[in-house]
Write a protein that binds this ligand. Structure first.
Ligand SMILES: [Zn+2]
Length: 125
């Protein structure tokens, strides 16, 4: 089954940050998520929502180690463990796709999964 993994960003909290609020509002995050989910579910897929606490940016897609030193201003992910060097956002996207794959079967850590295909899902949200 195809799926898309989205990160459950804390939009409300981010809106309270003056620097971020305008750009988040402009991007219409909620509306985007709703539309995307509708499309995916309509075509038989499912959406895995990663917890907002899941460290997608700080996790290395290659070795799985967490780089807690990564700052918001760091645009390049430098892994101190396996020496991988990769664009920060690309790394996070790969990590989230791996998360989606894992949680498609186990659903560990999923806060919520949209759609009809999840009979018996024991996700907490
Ligand atoms: Zn690594």
């Amino acid at each position: 089954m195809k799926y898309v993994c989205l990160e459950d960003l804390n939009v409300k909290g981010m809106m309270q940050n003056g620097k971020l609020a305008a750009s988040i509002a402009r991007q219409g995050f909620y509306e985007f998520r709703e539309r995307l989910t509708t499309k995916i579910v309509a075509s038989g897929g499912s959406v895995v929502l990663a917890s907002q606490w899941f460290p997608s940016s700080k996790t290395c897609h290659n070795c799985g180690q967490i780089n807690s030193e990564l700052k918001l201003s760091d645009r390049i992910y430098n892994c101190p463990h396996c020496r991988t060097v990769i664009d920060r956002d690309l790394n996070a996207a790969i990590v989230l796709s791996q998360y989606g794959e894992v949680n498609q079967s186990t659903r560990v850590g999923c806060t919520r999964i949209y759609a009809c295909e999840l009979e018996g899902a024991d996700s907490p949200g």
